[in-house]
Write a protein that binds this ligand. Sequence first.
Ligand code: HEM
Length: 402
Amino acid sequence: MGNPVATLPSYDFLDADNPFDRLLQIGAESPLSWVPSLGGYLLTGYDNVLAALKSDKMRAANATQRFDQLSEAEQAALRPLRMSIDMWMGHVTAEGHHRFQKLLKRYFTPSSVNDLRPRVRELTGELLDAVAGRGRMEVVSELAYPLPANIIAEMFGMPVADRELLRAWSKQVGAVFQNADVERLTASQVGVLEMQDYLREIVADRRVRPREDLISMFTAAEREGLVNEDEIVANCVLLLFAGHETTMNVIARGLHVLMANPDQLALLKSRPELMRSAVEEVLRHAGPVGSVVREVIEPVTVCGYDLAPGAHVFLAVYSANHDPAVFPDPLRFDITRKNNRHLGFGMGTYYCLGASLARVESDECFRSLLSRFPDVRPASGAEAALRATVMGQRIDTLPVEF
Ligand code: HEM
């Protein structure tokens, strides 16, 4: 078959008020399509997305590839940023990726993550104490942001006084994935380099004074010759980026969707044992990841079309998670949903390393919040601020009363 772009339906998202509704509409019309504004294919439907996640003919696309379109001078100026992001575990060779996964799995074992549970509970309690007397709070900035940020800061062994730095760094890194202009990419580079310099000092300290933290695990691996300092600091930036905004959105959006479904909220309060399946349903129904991007590395046939190496394919996780063939009545938010095989953490080679941590954080946070402020409700006269692109959704503010 010739160039599939010529025969495939073509869609655009630039004019869509709600890109997620659009994803579902497109999924119902065509499993594979071409999206000019993304410069890539869009793949929808559970089975298709799952097969692509597991395919060894595609690899995780690296957002720095689009730096090739910049002028030579701009590329030279942004080289340090590119070099750092190119060292992220999903962007290196298959062997390097595997080596890093093995290393990080040493730290993120289910039992070590479960050991963090009391600390997550304690931190949540402190954040709720701070707002308890007020009867209202802004959930994103006062709970959903600081909880995962503090946990990551503790993993890095950062002193409490320095933790606000993470917020700025995390925002700056995000620009790389948002089609940002050169000015924002330059700001992003400043943030990444600052964070790396900061972490280098912690690395130097842990080489001589190891503790129980993640950086000490890395310095031990460095002694075994498994990783070097540049790789350590670059991948700590990845962990901040991958683990922080995502979890923040699950907590805030999860509460948002629970409040929008009062029957489900009441059910959860009366049966806290449903918390585990409630968190999975939040991840399926309102998870932060809309799509993940793959680059074709070997000729591959997708939905009957031959895709050539170099092509980019957007795997619509949101569409997969709302596929009626797998999730009956998919738009219904149902915390008792059985067999919830959602793809909110991806699947296969790049499956989320922080999935158990994110689950523990969301679970503990909802438990403490609902038992402490059982009558939590949207604040009167103030709206939640939500944004979505084909890549994902985020919630900027969520004012509540209790
Ligand atoms: C609810 C919160 C989270 C969601 C929804 C989420 C989602 C995802 C998804 C969909 C992927 C796969 C990307 C792909 O296939 O291209 C991924 C990968 C990853 N996530 Fe998460 N994530 C979350 C929290 C975390 C946390 C807390 C951490 C660590 C602190 C983390 C670390 C990672 C890493 C390192 C990868 C790359 C794995 C690899 O390349 O092998 N994530 N995440």
